[in-house]
Design a protein around this ligand. Structure first.
Ligand code: NAP
Length: 264
């Protein structure tokens, strides 16, 4: 399966990984629909892509969950169908369980879980009618284990992963494909816009992200994976060792994590 000529919708396209996916897919000859809240960034991105006339912008706040079925129809109508949808938009967190307000946790779940779920539900009947369709969800290594200050973020990504796995099972014998990618650290500003316990932007550089994979490299690896029949893929650097370590030696894993966070 080749992306050339495909109609691709990317959520969270205004920065970071979504922007890198948009650039990589535009160079492969895709027609793109780009969604995020920051319209000025979407416009700037559109203007630097090789064929701006092949790009539709659909600015939207994905927290407006009730309007997501209409958003899907709008995305569908831009070019008269959708071949692949990257459910990439995400919202970070930095706050303890005790201090983080319920409103903050609801926002994180709205963007990271309820939005991709609602988009998936609305896409499936259209894909069935069209007789093909492809969803690639972006979860996170942080959804694979609990860690301090990231409870809601990790829980939302864990929930999304299991939801996508269930969806894949339901469409398995059809011509609809569902995959998900579990990135390690990516060099993006996710921890600048991450919500603090009280809902402000954290506005901080994070060491993990600074040392992470460049979004352009991550985007290329995700596109390569999306051209296979694979179910899911962990993509990252040495930080991915956390996954087997957490599974096989959880005491050692948390000892090392606490040392790293200076809480040991
Ligand atoms: N960076 C990492 O280390 C890392 C690791 C694992 C997984 N991930 C995942 O990778 C994905 C991309 O994140 P990133 O690292 O590229 O961070 P990013 O640069 O902050 O990108 C997040 C994107 O999501 C969009 N978004 C956030 N809230 C939204 C809302 N309410 N409505 C619509 N769009 C919204 C943002 O656009 P607007 O602000 O313009 O709306 C932005 O385009 C996320 O799902 C993230 O969880 C990141």
């Amino acid at each position: 399966m080749d992306f050339k000529g495909q109609i691709v919708w990317i959520t969270g396209a205004s920065s970071g990984l979504g922007e890198a996916l948009a650039i990589a897919l535009a160079h492969r000859g895709c027609r793109l629909i780009l969604t995020a809240r920051r319209t000025e960034l979407l416009n700037a991105l559109k203007n630097k892509l090789p064929f701006p006339d092949r790009v539709g912008l659909l600015p939207f706040d994905l927290q407006q969950t009730a309007q997501l079925p209409a958003l899907v129809q709008n995305a569908w109508d831009v070019f008269g169908g959708l071949d692949t949808v990257f459910l990439n938009a995400g919202l970070g967190q930095w706050g303890t369980v005790q201090e983080t307000t319920r409103a903050v946790e609801e926002k994180i779940f709205a963007v990271n879980y309820h939005a991709p779920v609602a988009l998936t539900k609305a896409l499936l009947p259209l894909f069935r009618q069209q007789k093909h369709g492809h969803i690639v969800a972006i979860t996170s290594m942080a959804g694979r284990f609990g860690q301090s200050h990231l409870a809601a973020y990790s829980a939302s990504k864990a929930a999304l992963e299991v939801y996508m796995e269930s969806t894949r099972e339901e469409v398995y014998s059809s011509s609809i494909q569902v995959q998900w990618v579990i990135p390690g650290n990516i060099q993006t500003d996710i921890m600048k816009t991450a919500l603090t316990a009280q809902g402000q932007a954290l506005n901080r550089d994070a060491l993990a992200q600074a040392k992470g994979m460049k979004p352009q490299v991550m985007a290329e690896k995700i596109i390569a994976f999306a051209q296979t029949n694979g179910r899911k893929k962990n993509i990252g650097g040495l930080e991915l060792l956390a996954l087997p370590l957490h599974h096989c030696l959880p005491r050692l894993f948390y000892f090392l994590l606490r040392k790293r966070h200076g809480t040991h």
